[in-house]
Design a binder for this molecule. Structure first.
Ligand SMILES: Cc1cc2nc3c(=O)[nH]c(=O)nc-3n(C[C@H](O)[C@H](O)[C@H](O)COP(=O)(O)O)c2cc1C
Length: 361
């Protein structure tokens, strides 16, 4: 099934392999698309990935979490982003841009010395930062920034957008009772914690119309005491389905929870697909397509996940850093990705760009 086409949200993908959003550190210092970024995406498109999701792209300057990330927070970025989508489309690829605000998981050094912002001033032991609570006006400004970014994505030729609602960034922070301690329109109970995401979704729809694909990557589980659990997240997913979300990618973890998002040392198939149970839960409750990410390394396991209906699409991040042509290799009979899940690619602050440092070993 992995190489069967799949249609959703009014577009067709040629196979079930998704490149999960993976920050590249290949934009220039101002966030513009570079030749290196273009080449990387051309390699992914040539390598047979059915649907490419870009690394997280910045919608508002107060949400910059990493250096040299792709930016889409003003109109100046549109032309070069269009070069990128055209390059991928020329190679018969499909490309969606992931929209992010980094929330409390940003660093003052990337914010002109300012403190990161968040729904509430909840200390993050992993960054040792207590963020500043956002005002009501600031929240509306960020919501509109998501809508404006989606409009730019449409103009730039992206096949859709994916909201980064996972991994402890701002949308996840509003959803999670661990990071959202507000008692106003934006927090206090589950319904109110959903308002930030709901208003973003509505603002984007207003900008891009009814048929443009809007997907989300969200946490099933924050892996933090007092944070979101899969049973909670499924209810959020149902609300999103009701609004009209196009697809849901199931992930988990925050900076504070350690390496739950990208687990290390995956040595056998039992350790692979570590969010499969959560995806099965989502599939059981929803009609909208479910994308599974996290530790999938073997073709036979990917097939099994699809055959058993635990997910509709299979998403890969680290394996495609090491082997951008892995889908073609799978098609030619390769069983297992070369990626050893060591997370050396995550030490990007010490690297000139995100890359596999194991390749030549
Ligand atoms: C270097 C690196 C950068 C990442 N950047 C993003 C990102 O921009 N957006 C996102 O949603 N997830 C990001 N992730 C998480 C991955 O998309 C994925 O959820 C995680 O690595 C597990 O999948 P894998 O086992 O196939 O790598 C990143 C992971 C790595 C290793």
């Amino acid at each position: 099934m992995l190489f069967e086409p799949f249609s959703f949200a009014k577009f067709d993908v040629k196979n079930r392999i998704v490149r999960s959003a993976t920050y590249e550190k290949r934009a220039d210092v101002d966030g513009f698309v570079t030749g290196s970024l273009m080449e990387f995406y051309e390699d992914l498109a040539r390598g047979g990935t059915g649907l490419i999701i870009t690394g997280n792209a910045l919608v508002h300057v107060s949400g910059r979490s990493v250096p040299q990330m792709i930016c889409i927070h003003n109109d100046h970025y549109i032309d070069k982003l269009r070069d990128l989508t055209e390059a991928v489309h020329r190679l018969d690829g499909k490309i969606i841009i992931q929209l992010v605000h980094g929330g409390r998981q940003c660093f003052p050094a990337l914010l002109g010395g300012e403190n990161p912002v968040a729904p509430s001033a909840v200390y993050d032991p992993s960054t040792k930062i207590t963020p500043r609570e956002l005002s009501n006006e600031e929240i509306w400004e960020i919501i509109e920034a998501f809508g404006d970014a989606a409009r730019r994505a449409l103009y730039a030729g992206f096949d859709g957008v994916q909201l980064h609602g996972a991994h402890g960034y701002l949308i996840n922070e509003f959803l999670s009772p661990h990071t959202n301690k507000r008692n106003d329109y934006w927090g206090g109970d589950e319904e109110r914690r959903f308002h930030f995401l709901e208003e973003i979704y509505k603002d984007i729809r207003k900008e891009v119309g009814d048929s443009y694909p809007i997907m989300i990557k969200m946490n099933a589980d924050d892996f933090i005491e007092g944070g979101l659990k899969a049973v909670d997240s499924v209810r959020t997913a149902r609300r999103l389905e009701h609004l009209g979300i196009s697809a849901i990618e199931v992930s988990g973890g925050m900076y504070e929870s350690g390496s739950k998002t990208a687990q290390v040392n995956i040595m056998n198939t039992e350790q692979e697909a570590y969010f499969r149970g959560a995806a099965r839960l989502f599939k059981g409750e929803l009609g909208v397509p479910v994308i599974l990410v996290g530790g999938i390394r073997s073709q036979s396991l990917a097939e099994d996940i699809l055959m058993k209906g635990d997910a509709d699409l299979i998403s890969l991040a680290r394996p495609l850093i090491r082997e951008p042509d892995l889908p073609l290799k799978f098609l030619n009979g390769k069983e297992k990705a070369d990626c050893i899940s060591c997370n050396s690619c995550m030490r990007f602050m010490k690297l000139d760009m995100v890359k596999c440092t194991q390749v030549n070993k």
